[in-house]
Write a protein that binds this ligand. Structure first.
Ligand code: 13P
Ligand code: ZN
Length: 274
C-alpha cells in the first residue's frame, strides 16, 4: 500500500488540518508524532527507503529501539500538511540503541523532524513503558487560552488542574490525573524534554508556561480530544476571569460525588478546600 493511502497517515493528516482550523498552529507552531504499529509499517514497507544515514536524536530512548514514527517536519506548517504530505511530514526509524534516527519516507528536500523531537521521543518512551505500549501519540499545540492562563495562574499543577476541572463538569472524567506544568524553559532541547517526560509519568497533559501544551493519547482522536477539552475549559476560565471571576462553582465535595458516579479516581491533592 502507498504510505499516503494508509489509514494511520490519513488520520494523522486529518488531525493536523482540524488543529489548524482550531487556531492553535500559527506559522510552524506545534508538532505531532505517532508511533506506528508493526502491522501498519508492514503495510507500507515497499515504499520505505532504508538506505538513509542515521542522525543523532540528542537523547537516549532504548525502549523505542527499532520503532517507526510518523512525525511533522521542523519549520513546516500544520495547514500545509494536507496539501503536500511528503514535503511536510515523514516516517523515521529509530536505531537499535534508541540514540539515532533515519528518514525512511517523506520529509522531502532535506526537511527534518520537529525541533521538539527530543520532547516527543522522551515522552513516548515514558508513555510506552507505563501504558504497556498502548499510548501512541504525542501532540504539541500552541493552544491560545491555556497559554494565556500561564501569565495569570500560579505555575502549579494543583492550581491549573483544579481551576480547569471546575470549568466543565466532564473535565475530571476526561483528565482525572490532572495537568502538569513546566515553568518557562528554552524549547527544542534536552532539558525541556527531560522535564516534560518526567511529568508525563503522572499526567497526560503538560503545559509549557508562555509557550504551549503537550498531550498524550492512545489514538490520534484521543490526543486531539484531550487537547480540545483542556483548551475549551481554559477558554471558559479566561471568560470567567474577564467577567470578574467566579460567583459560584463546583466544590471539592461535588468532585468526590462525580468521581463515585463516573468510577474515576481523582487524586485528593487537587481537592483542597478553598
Ligand atoms: P517545529 O517547527 O520545529 O516543529 O517547532 C515548532 C514549535 O512549536 C516549537 O516548540
Ligand atoms: Zn511550540
Amino acid at each position: 500500500m502507498k504510505v499516503e493511502d494508509s489509514k494511520f497517515v490519513k488520520d494523522f493528516i486529518k488531525l493536523t488540518y482540524d488543529a489548524w482550523l482550531k487556531g492553535w498552529h500559527e506559522r510552524n507552531g506545534g508538532n505531532l508524532s505517532y508511533r506506528i504499529s508493526e502491522d501498519e509499517i508492514k503495510g507500507v514497507e515497499e515504499e520505505l527507503d532504508q538506505n538513509s544515514e542515521f542522525i543523532s536524536i540528542g537523547v537516549s530512548v532504548p525502549n523505542l529501539a527499532n520503532e517507526y514514527f510518523l512525525v511533522t517536519g521542523s519549520g513546516k506548517y500544520m495547514r500545509n500538511v494536507k496539501l503536500a504530505p511528503k514535503a511536510n511530514i515523514g516516517i523515521v526509524k529509530i536505531d537499535g540503541n534508541g540514540e539515532n534516527y533515519k528518514k525512511v519516507w517523506g520529509l522531502l528536500n532535506g526537511a527534518n523532524p520537529t525541533s521538539e523531537f527530543p520532547s516527543h521521543l522522551m515522552s513516548h518512551s515514558v508513555k510506552k513503558e507505563i501504558t504497556d505500549g498502548r499510548n501512541r501519540v504525542i501532540y504539541h499545540a500552541h493552544a491560545t487560552n491555556l497559554i494565556a492562563l500561564t501569565f495569570v495562574l500560579p505555575l502549579d499543577s494543583r492550581v491549573f488542574t483544579r481551576e480547569l476541572w471546575e470549568m466543565a463538569t466532564e473535565c475530571p472524567v476526561i483528565f482525572p490525573s490532572g495537568i502538569g506544568v513546566v515553568p518557562w524553559m528554552v524549547p527544542g532541547g534536552t532539558a525541556i524534554a527531560k522535564e516534560t517526560s518526567k511529568l508525563m509519568r503522572e499526567f497526560d497533559v503538560v503545559v509549557w508556561a508562555h509557550h504551549g501544551v503537550f498531550a498524550a493519547g492512545e489514538t490520534l482522536d484521543s490526543a486531539f480530544g484531550l487537547m480540545d477539552t483542556v483548551e475549551k475549559s481554559a477558554e471558559i476560565l479566561v471568560k470567567v476571569l474577564s467577567m470578574g471571576g467566579k460567583r459560584q462553582t463546583i466544590t471539592a465535595s461535588d468532585f468526590r460525588d462525580l468521581a463515585g458516579a463516573f468510577h474515576v479516581t481523582l487524586p485528593e491533592k487537587f481537592l483542597y478546600e478553598k
